[in-house]
Write a protein that binds this ligand. Sequence first.
Ligand code: SAM
Length: 289
Amino acid sequence: MENLSNIGTIKEILSKHGFTFSKALGQNFLVNPSVCPRMAEMCGADKETGVIEIGPGIGVLTNELAKTAKKVVAIELDKRLLPVLYETLSDHKNVKVINDDVMKINLHKLIEDEFPNMKVVVCANLPYYITSPVIMKLLEENLPISALTVMVQKEAGQRICAEVGTRSGGALTVAVNYYSKPRFLFNVSAGSFMPAPKVDSCVIRLDIDHKPTVNVKSSKAFFKVVKGAFSQRRKTLSNSLSSGLGYDKQTINSILEKSAIPQNTRAEQLKIEEFSRIADEVFILEKGN
Ligand code: SAM
């Protein structure tokens, strides 16, 4: 549908379908016409590419993706939006809407069924209440996707794109950097949405090369250490890992010594390779027990 990102058209469609926004489902719809074309252009899609969109809402971004990509599959949880999407996407034959929960759907099967032998990317204005779990699901499941371009709250975007080993980084920064190369694309003001949220947003892109950025003996041990280290981010590693991993301080200090990391270091000061050294020592310890 033409002019779909025009606020007048959006209001008209929503009132025609008697649609009311659900706060619980993170429904803030884009009404700034410049944002979706930019996302569609920068997400890595072209006429050979399949795109998975999460939460199409009334289909503003979906429309732009359908023009750029070979095929778009949009996963929307709110079934009240299905008749709306049926109307707004009627011009496009290369779009399929699936009524499901992104956290429950089998994405490997979806990609196999919908995008055989195609390059696949994800592009979405994410529902903010599940930003981190969605990003981690997409990364951890080792899906055959090459990039993930998502709109997130500005603070979450800054954290994800922060440098590992600096104060602005956190557990999510390390996790995302383990699987991908994150980069900031552009800011989006709160006024670009209806209803307007309290905070600004930004669009980030994670490029996935399917090789972890560090070699570890066990990725499970790696994530356990990252989570434990950041469980009390202002405390020293000796303290945070002791309570986070459930070992006495003597054991943790010996692990830190073997990893060549001073006991009084804090999680936010560690580089990704240093997390991996600790994780390998934890793995060796646990394997021997
Ligand atoms: N893409 C639209 C836009 O930019 O205007 C809407 C984005 S809105 C921030 C998030 C969308 O995700 C809503 O349509 C909401 O119903 C949907 N949603 C929320 N939770 C979901 C879930 N678990 N699985 C799939 N879609 C979900």
